[in-house]
Design a binder for this molecule. Structure first.
Ligand code: DTR
Length: 343
């Protein structure tokens, strides 16, 4: 009986030893949990929206030292083009990349970047769009966290038949979306609207005779095989956004939020530079690989084509004023931003 108490205490100590060990790792930092996020995109993996997605993923994983892991879903495997915004709001994916032109009314303010304002390239376009968004913080993005924005390079006509004059484009079935669609109509084409992801089939089946977009798609979608002509109009850009579910964003540690916020403008510029270079490369590749003919318009022709676009601006202003937006001020702001960033 005399030894019972120390014996009992030693048994108790031995029993609790493993538990103590678990809660006090010797000299180790407590392991932070890995944050796993999903990122949805609508076009195939080889296209520029997905190339920028992979770059952003890599940078975030590197800069958070592995605290964040991002699983990417290209090709509409998680969310399709037009479902992107609602899919992110409803948390079907944590992050999503969307093309604003596919829902022109929904993203009216930022789609002003698709007006014929002569944005010279994607780098300028991306900076202008990001600044415009930050200046006005449009209602259409109020339910999500915006991680970055960027634009395409200016649009050109890729077609199965040569388009050398305005006469050649009359009544031709050409594909475009959003602001660019208005431009095709103004030139007299029969504009057919659909997201880029639906275009390869439409071209193959002959539903459309060509499309209006930045020309990197000649290579990335192999359109050069079917579209043997590119008419250089260098008109409007298409704006894109990368958005995140608000609750998922709110739950992130401040250090991770800081990494993503610091990456926003850098990513816009990176994507702009990538797009501009890739558009040039794709055109060269198309000429070499499929003997694509690049048709340049004369300065007089350019003037004639541009003249037809004047009413588009007034239509957008009327539409925006109807929604109580300071439309003229927005256009002025855009013009200033384009000028500043083009220098
Ligand atoms: N020009 C727009 C957007 C766009 C340009 N290149 C790609 C590649 C993949 C998806 C979309 C886009 C368009 O015509 O849809």
């Amino acid at each position: 009986m005399k030894n019972a108490i120390p014996l009992f205490l030693s048994a108790l100590f031995i029993a609790f030893l493993p538990a103590c060990k678990k809660s006090q790792p010797t000299g180790q930092q407590p392991q932070t949990e890995v944050i796993k996020l999903t990122y949805a995109n609508f076009p195939p993996a080889s296209t520029f929206p997905c190339v920028q997605m992979e770059r952003w993923k890599e940078e975030v994983e590197k800069r958070t030292k592995g605290q964040v892991e991002i699983q990417t879903f290209p090709g509409g495997t998680l969310l399709e083009a037009k479902d992107m915004m609602d899919g992110i709001i409803n948390n079907q994916a944590d992050i999503g990349c969307l093309c604003m032109a596919y829902q022109p009314g929904r993203f009216l303010l930022t789609n002003a970047t698709s007006l014929p304002l002569k944005i010279p390239n994607s780098k300028v376009g991306s900076r202008v769009l990001w600044e415009l968004y930050n200046n006005y913080k449009p209602e259409s993005f109020s339910q999500v966290k915006v991680l970055t924005m960027f634009t395409t390079a200016p649009s050109n006509i890729m077609s199965k038949k040569a388009i050398r004059t305005l006469k050649d484009i009359q009544g031709l079935d050409l594909r475009a979306s959003g602001g660019a669609a208005q431009i095709l109509k103004a030139w007299g084409a029969n504009q057919v609207g659909m997201p880029m992801s639906a275009t390869p089939e439409a071209l193959q089946k002959g539903v459309v005779q060509g499309l209006f977009s930045s020309v990197e798609v000649m290579k990335d979608f192999n359109y050069a095989e079917m579209c043997k002509y590119v008419t250089m109009t260098d008109t409007v850009i298409y704006p894109f956004a990368v958005v995140m579910n608000q609750k998922k964003w709110d739950a992130l540690p401040d250090s991770v939020k800081q990494v993503m916020d610091e990456l926003a403008l850098e990513q816009a510029v990176w994507t702009g530079e990538y797009m501009d270079q890739h558009a040039r490369d794709a055109l060269e590749w198309s000429k070499k690989t499929y003997q694509v003919e690049v048709i340049e318009l004369t300065p007089q022709q350019k003037e004639e084509w541009n003249k037809l676009l004047a009413p588009i601006m007034n239509e957008w202003i009327a539409q925006a004023e109807e929604k109580a937006l300071p439309a003229k001020e927005i256009v002025q702001n855009l013009q200033t931003l384009i000028q500043n960033h083009s220098q």
